[in-house]
Design a protein around this ligand. Structure first.
Ligand SMILES: Nc1ncnc2c1ncn2[C@@H]1O[C@H](COP(=O)(O)OP(=O)(O)OP(=O)(O)O)[C@@H](O)[C@H]1O
Length: 252
């Protein structure tokens, strides 16, 4: 939250502050659509095996931030780095090859292709790629449904397929845009378990979530965004204890 001087209060140590190396580093990122500035000097980081959320009301700039990290939104200033490599001027393809995996809110499943084809069609872009056996071990439901077309999957299965696909390509940092959206509570719970399991594999996750209950069950840290700026950065314990105050502040 900003104090009277407009300074952002950081109430948790980021990996950098703890002496750990971040995987993703976004520095002083601003973004525009034409003349309209929608992000202002956003700096965030994510370490390997860490789940970090972006929380904010509709229009706060969360999706634009994810798209800027992936290189899908180009009208920006500031820097995006992965493992110390500056990706700011690199294409989305190059960022995918560096290990960033984009899981959009519509999940981007090829409806006419089978589950197996959805998994096998995209190229392996990084040496950390999961084998198809590992993917099927990790997501048994995708193995069961491997010959089903994308159209016959439930929303939860589509979400799992979208995550599995980027892991098979070799992504080490997943950008998840509202994975819980439109899913029944029991499925949201399962997606949460999967995110926690993925984290155990050393994969970093940057998660956009409106469902703060869900966010609090999976995340290590949270960045609160309002009107395109980080207004607070806090650990999950503090986020949980101050939840209603923070949501009122954000207008959520
Ligand atoms: N293609 C676009 N052209 C112009 N303005 C846009 C465009 N996309 C988003 N915006 C504006 O940028 C701001 C940030 O939008 P963004 O979608 O990043 O927010 P968000 O926090 O992800 O919200 P939501 O959850 O509603 O998607 C909003 O004011 C939005 O109206």
């Amino acid at each position: 939250m900003s104090d009277d001087t407009g300074t952002t209060t950081v109430t948790t140590d980021s990996p950098v502050a703890q002496g750990r190396s971040p995987m993703l580093e976004v520095s002083d990122l601003s973004a525009w659509y034409g003349e309209a500035r929608v992000l202002t000097d956003v700096s965030i980081d994510v370490a390997p095996g860490e789940v970090v959320t972006l929380v904010g009301r509709n229009g706060a700039g969360k999706t634009t931030l994810l798209r800027s990290v992936m290189g899908l939104h180009r009208q920006i200033e500031g820097a995006v780095g992965l493992d110390g490599q500056d990706l700011t001027r690199r294409s989305p393809d190059a960022r995918a090859r560096a290990g960033i995996g984009w899981v959009p809110d519509d999940r981007g499943i090829y409806a006419s292709l089978s589950v197996a084809e959805n998994l096998l069609l995209p190229p392996v872009v990084h040496e950390d790629a999961w084998s198809i056996e590992k993917v099927y071990d990790f997501f048994p439901v995708l193995h069961e449904r491997r010959d089903f077309p994308g159209t016959r999957l439930s929303g939860g299965e589509q979400q799992m397929l979208a995550m599995a696909r980027v892991l098979r390509m070799g992504s080490r940092l997943l950008l998840l845009d509202e994975p819980s959206e439109g899913l029944a509570p029991v499925i949201v719970q399962r997606i949460g378990e999967i995110i926690r399991e993925i984290k155990q594999q050393g994969v970093g996750v940057l998660l956009v979530e409106q469902n703060v209950t869900f966010a609090a069950t999976v995340a290590d840290r949270h960045y609160l965004l309002a009107q395109g700026a980080v207004v607070e950065h806090l650990g999950n314990e503090e986020f949980r204890s101050r939840r209603s105050e923070l949501l009122t502040y954000l207008g959520m």
